[in-house]
Ligand binder design. Structure first.
Ligand code: AMP
Length: 282
């Protein structure tokens, strides 16, 4: 595995790979990350490894997607452990630039629909930073495929819009959420949680799971989560067939989502059964 820190060198190598003939397989897969890698990232990397001749993992804690009061300076940066995991998973290049912005950087990618509300509402400017850095990473690494986790469902929608609207020649591959054994979605930010906070945080996946089968899932989730001590609800919203929520546990903000399971088919099934029974009784 090569570790590349220079954006110019990264782009030269990617352009060289891009000209190679590799049969039917994609040439280059990119997995963009901010490091502090866990099994969720590992799953993205494994899927990338299966589908492309060259796998690039970018590791860059992008300052422009953090608000002034957010955790940029304390974001975990265990570079040696991250590099070791990438090496074990057969990554070809760990792209770890020190900085991607000129001092007078003045060009931004602003998506104006999928970015609104939810994390875009609570974190003004966040998706502008994400869309800009991802577009720049695409230019530097020239991927045919780029892998993103459904854990950040809104981010995925924003990136899909950017790719479609700007006709970027890359296919976005969504990857399911990887969870701990107890159901908590893996996140680099879970490291901030004390054991007691981590216990409280479990309410997020558990209540989501209970909520997605309710007739009014967001309202049900809101009612139940606000009754719990030590948690603050940031938002809960049903979007694109998923119930998405963000909560704060102490100083840590956590997000999660699950597919909505409409209760309608279950009701219909019950009615059909009842119908059968009443016909028999008659
Ligand atoms: P991050 O390093 O947090 O910016 O995440 C990098 C990529 O990993 C994003 O596409 C995330 O959606 C994805 N990711 C983070 N956590 C998980 C998880 N638990 N399961 C699947 N993908 C994840």
């Amino acid at each position: 595995m090569r570790r590349i820190t220079s954006p110019d060198l990264m782009q030269q190598l990617a352009l060289r790979w891009k000209r190679e003939k590799v049969g039917q397989r994609a040439r280059i897969a990119l997995v963009p990350t901010m490091g502090a890698l866990h099994e969720g990232h590992a799953e993205l990397i494994r899927q990338a490894r299966k589908q492309a001749a060259h796998v690039i993992v970018s590791l860059y804690v992008n300052p422009t997607q953090f608000g002034p009061k957010e955790d940029l300076s304390r974001y975990p940066r265990p570079l040696d452990a991250d590099a070791a995991l990438c090496r074990r998973l057969g990554v070809d290049v760990l792209f770890n630039p020190a900085n991607l912005y000129a001092p007078d950087h003045s060009t931004w990618v602003t998506e104006e629909a999928a970015s609104l509300g939810r994390c875009g509402g609570s974190r003004p400017g966040h998706f502008r930073g994400v869309a800009t850095v991802v577009t720049k990473l695409f230019a530097l690494t020239q991927p045919d495929l780029a892998f993103f986790g459904l854990k950040d469902a809104q981010q995925l929608s924003v990136i899909e819009r950017v790719v479609r609207d700007l006709a970027l020649p890359v296919r976005i591959v969504p990857v399911e959420i990887v969870r701990d054994r107890d159901g908590l979605a893996l996140s680099s930010r879970n490291r901030y949680l004390t054991p007691a906070e981590r216990n409280r945080a479990l309410a997020l996946p558990l209540l989501l799971q209970a909520a997605v089968v309710q007739p009014a899932p967001a309202a049900w989730f809101r009612t139940h989560i606000t009754r719990l001590p030590g948690l603050t609800l940031d938002y809960v919203e049903a979007v694109d067939g998923r119930l998405c929520a963000a909560i704060r546990v102490g100083k840590t903000r956590l997000i999660d989502n699950l597919p909505l399971l409409s209760p309608a088919p279950r009701k219909r099934a019950k009615r059909v059964k009842q119908g059968v029974r009443s016909r028999r009784l008659a």
